[in-house]
Ligand binder design. Structure first.
Ligand SMILES: Cc1cc2nc3c(=O)[nH]c(=O)nc-3n(C[C@H](O)[C@H](O)[C@H](O)COP(=O)(O)OP(=O)(O)OC[C@H]3O[C@@H](n4cnc5c(N)ncnc54)[C@H](O)[C@@H]3O)c2cc1C
Length: 399
């Protein structure tokens, strides 16, 4: 019987432990917080967006673009749903987004924990792993002066985002000790900082918009959804989805800007015609725009572009309409790991086997979940990654 140690009781670690125990291994999970799954409880605003019915390579960022789908092929959506059913977790779907029927992340954590208990998996809380070492027999895991031994070791420590949930980045050091390379971890699914006064004037405004991300003046990605302005930052799911590439480009000293279309359902000519008709009656651009845009946004666009609201000439109305359709915002940074939903970068995927997540450098060592250089967009893709990688690693570790 293989003795398997899992470091970290997040979704990837708990899934790995369940699959290893089902495969007949004797499993111990070491968790340094007073309980596991703290991040899971925050997911989907507490409703837990478990996965998505539509998954393709566009849904993940990774230095090796093909890797996430190779892993997913080995533990796809259907296997994930089967796994859920095996722990009595039933799901419902809305526009492809999959949630527990209970719509409670707490119920998911409870079902995972109950299964660990049923399988006699030993979970040790308040056990901070300090180091992991290879021996001739297997692995030695050192925890505050005490040493655990195992035949196989699964690193499931998460990454660096929201460190108050326990993911403090310590897993990178464990992987590096086995000569794994780590792509610089950076915040992802995070609000972007801008130098535009518009974000201050329009602070608090939420608006359906389109965003186009440019890196060194090349269009690299676009997104559509609810844009949110807060002092100095733009956010919302549509911005989060651009953040991984934007933040990495900034880290590489590239120029990053976003062009925002505040009126995606209306062409510039249609917009001009409505504004013109309104302005002919109101003789004021702010009043003319009120039927279409939030006051703060109108004020922001006018101030940023030195547009006179009293000037209702065609030229001025056309300029305003053009800025509503395309406003360029320079991105200068992002919020920190404390609010980033995930981490981009991590342990290089070229050094792990996509079928098993076993290290190609050290046999018997597995690396799973967010600790790897893979981050998904919003929509359940990060939990799917944690389930797929955890299940494949746990199953293999028991063999
Ligand atoms: C606010 C928020 C909302 C989110 N919503 C969604 C969503 O709806 N859908 C989705 O798909 N994704 C969502 N995510 C992302 C998703 O939660 C994570 O990608 C996923 O939980 C990562 O799982 P993991 O097991 O790899 O890591 P984690 O969940 O971070 O677990 C790692 C565990 O390892 C432990 N640990 C770390 N170091 C040590 C050590 N040295 N010794 C012992 N234990 C250690 C930690 O305490 C932790 O329990 C959200 C994230 C956040 C922050």
């Amino acid at each position: 019987m293989n003795r398997v140690i899992v470091i970290g009781a997040g979704v990837s670690g708990m899934t790995a432990a369940i699959c290893a125990a089902r495969g007949g291994a004797s499993v111990t999970v070491l968790e340094h917080m007073d309980k596991g799954g703290k991040k899971l409880l925050m997911t989907g605003n507490g409703k837990c967006n478990l996965t998505n019915t539509h998954i393709d390579r566009e849904c993940y960022n990774c230095t090796d673009e093909g890797f996430p789908m190779e892993v997913y092929k080995n533990f796809p959506y259907e296997s994930t749903i089967d796994f859920f059913h095996s722990i009595c977790l039933y799901t419902k779907e809305k526009n492809g987004y999959v949630y527990p029927v209970s719509e409670q992340a707490g119920s998911v954590l409870e079902l995972l924990s109950d299964e660990l208990k049923r399988l006699n998996v030993k979970i040790k809380y308040n056990q901070k792993t300090d180091s992991v070492r290879r021996t001739s027999q297997g692995f030695e895991v050192s925890v505050e002066g005490y040493t655990y031994t195992a035949d196989k070791c699964i690193l499931a420590t998460g990454a660096k985002s929201v460190p108050q949930t326990g993911s403090d980045g310590s897993g990178y050091e464990f992987a590096k000790a086995f000569s794994h390379s780590v792509i610089k971890p950076l915040p992802s699914l995070v609000a972007l900082k801008t130098d535009s006064g518009l974000t201050n004037t329009a602070s608090g405004v939420r608006r359906d918009s389109k965003a186009f991300l440019y890196i060194d003046d090349m269009l690299v990605k676009e997104s559509h959804g609810e844009l949110q302005f807060t002092d100095g930052y733009i956010s919302g799911i549509m911005i989060y989805e651009l953040s991984s590439q934007a933040v990495r480009a900034l880290d590489g000293n590239k120029k990053v800007h976003i062009e925002l279309d505040f009126s995606p359902d209306m062409g510039e000519t249609e917009l001009f015609d409505i504004l013109k008709k309104n302005a002919d009656r109101t003789m004021n651009l702010i009043k003319a725009a009120r039927s279409l845009f939030n006051d703060k946004l109108i004020k922001g666009i006018i101030l940023e572009n030195n547009i006179s609201p009293e000037d209702v000439s065609d030229k001025n109305i056309r300029l305003f309409a053009a800025k509503c359709k395309s406003t360029k915002i320079t991105v200068t940074g992002c919020k920190g790991f404390d609010t980033a939903q995930v981490t981009s970068g991590g342990v290089s995927v070229n050094e792990v086997n996509p079928k098993t997540l076993e290290s190609k450098i050290s046999k018997g060592l597995y690396i799973v979940g967010e600790l790897l250089d893979v981050d998904g967009i919003c929509g359940g893709y990060n939990l799917q990654w944690a389930f797929s990688t955890g299940a494949l690693a746990g199953t293999d570790a028991a063999r």
